[in-house]
Structures are given as structure tokens and as C-alpha cells.
Design a protein around this ligand. Sequence first.
Ligand SMILES: C[S@@+](CC[C@H](N)C(=O)[O-])C[C@H]1O[C@@H](n2cnc3c(N)ncnc32)[C@H](O)[C@@H]1O
Length: 201
Amino acid sequence: MSQNPAFDQIGKQYDESFVERDEQIAEGAWLISQLTPPARVLDLGVGSGLPTARQLLDAGVEVVGVDESAVMLSLAERQAPGGRYLHRDLRDIADLGEFDAAVAFFSFIMLPRRDITPLLSQLRGQLRGPKLLQIAMVLGDFDELPIVFMGAPTAVTAYPPDELAHVVERAGFEVLDLREVEAEAERNRLEVQIYLRAKGT
Ligand SMILES: C[S@@+](CC[C@H](N)C(=O)[O-])C[C@H]1O[C@@H](n2cnc3c(N)ncnc32)[C@H](O)[C@@H]1O
């Protein structure tokens, strides 16, 4: 795990800046509509717990949230109580058992591409039942591009939408939906986001 994860510096600023979460909330509602209780969801890079972990927990879904940032996890404990929150790298999931679904909203953007493919295959093996996967990324075509995000140095990765779909399919999923959405990420900064829904084959 990195010594000083970017999100330990960013913390609460992230929730305060990223106010336009309508699409992500709609994705959470779709997921809830697809699950039959009792359902178990893995939230990879759960962050502050808002909006997704909280939304799932409020609907009675069991949530396991993984994040490398202790600061973000303490926000999740407070803002989305009732989840099981684990302070670890999101690539380290083999011992977590099986899940009905996994979500990775804006967390794979912080992994190098070489790690995303094996992680998706690992995830595929841990899904059962509806075997759903949802990913949100930012539109682009770069791998580990160094940037300063909200004052914290980090590196980001993005795929063109077709390429993201191929990566997901090669790991054993069928893509159900892939959308591009323009959203106000930070105040006065529009970005194009990609939302992908998939199902294990
Ligand atoms: C942009 S935030 C998104 C948080 C949340 N999923 C959301 O939708 O608001 C990315 C989160 O992924 C976490 N993260 C990034 N790389 C990670 C890694 N390798 N292992 C665990 N967590 C990671 C960060 O600490 C941060 O909380």
C-alpha cells in the first residue's frame, strides 16, 4: 500500500467538491433493483461512503468497502454506518469471499492498466448469483498519467469507452450498458465520465 495515499490529503474536500453525483446515484438505484436480498456487494475504493455505500446500506444490502486511505474510511464509517470497511489495497481481495456484485466508482482510474485486467479476472471468480459489475471512469486514453488532483500528487488512468468494454469482456463479463456522461466534477470543471454495467458470463 502507498505510504501516503492521495486521498489521505484530499479527505472531506472530495465530497464537498464533487456535488454532481446524479448519475452515480442512478447507477446505485439500478444495482439495488437487480439484487435479491440478502445481497452482498464489494465496493472497491469505497472512499467516503457517499453516495454509493450509504445508498446500498439504506436498501438493506451488505457492503464490504475497501480503500487504501484511512481518512476516507473514517468518513465512510461515519457517513455510511453499518458497512464493513477494510483498510487495504483494492487489488487485495482474494480472501474476501463471494459477492453478488462489485462496484468501482472512480477508483480504477488510480490503478495502472497492467493491474486492472488481472483484478477484473479475480473479481469475476468471486462473483455469484447476478454477478454484476459497475465501473465509473473518466474519459481519456492514458496510463498512470502524473497529475495533481485537489492539491495531491497522484497518477491517473483512462480508457476510450470501446477499449474499456474489451478489457471487461476479456475478463469474462458481458457488457450490459456503457454510457458517457458530462458532469461538473469540481466546481466549474466539466468532465466526461464513463459508466459501465456488466454481468459475469
Ligand atoms: C476518486 S475516489 C472515489 C471514491 C468513491 N468510490 C466515490 O465514488 O466517491 C477514489 C478512491 O479510491 C481509493 N483508492 C485508489 N487507489 C486505491 C488502491 N490501490 N487501493 C485501495 N483504494 C484505492 C482512494 O483512496 C479513494 O478513496
